[in-house]
Write a protein that binds this ligand. Structure first.
Ligand code: FES
Length: 159
């Protein structure tokens, strides 16, 4: 079955279009809308957005492949992004990453077997003053320690 937004998200899409000078300018928010529903941007969604916005599929694909926040493959229910840029690295980010990999039994870029968590690294998330930090879905967790990470990951595995 072809991809389609839910009626509620379709209304949201129409609302988004009123806020931009042209349809092409709405590519990023419309892709976010699709990803919120589907979890990742499949080729089918690329064509859907292309048709909705009257832009070439190559434009949509270019946006999807440029921004790391767009998932190009199926991902876990929860997204964990550990910042690895210098301020976080100096305050132990690589230990946090290794700790996450051990606890979850996956390497960065992979998803746990139960589909609950995808682990990734990120470049600076603008929270350097509270390094090391990570983003889980839409929420920041800062001043991380191994203990804090254990608690966060435990809750995600139970979700
Ligand atoms: S370096 Fe990690 S938030 Fe800026």
């Amino acid at each position: 079955m072809a991809f389609a937004l839910t009626p509620e998200r379709e209304r949201e899409l129409q609302d988004i279009l009123t806020r931009y000078p042209n349809k092409m300018a709405a590519t990023i928010p419309v892709l976010h809308l699709c990803q919120d529903q589907h979890g990742w941007i499949s080729d089918e969604i690329v064509h859907y957005v292309s048709q909705k916005l009257d832009v070439p599929p190559a434009h949509v694909k270019g946006v999807v492949t440029f921004y790391t926040l767009f998932n190009q493959h199926p991902v876990g229910k929860n997204q964990v992004w550990v910042c690895r840029t210098l301020p976080c690295a100096l305050r132990g980010a690589y230990d946090i990453i290794e700790h996450c990999e051990k606890r979850l039994g996956v390497k960065c870029g992979e998803t746990t077997k139960n589909g609950k968590v995808t682990l990734r690294t990120a470049e600076c998330l603008a929270s350097c003053g509270t390094a090391p930090m990570m983003q889980v879905n839409q929420q920041y967790y800062e001043d991380l320690t191994s203990e804090k990470v254990d608690e966060i990951l435990r809750k995600l595995q139970e979700s």
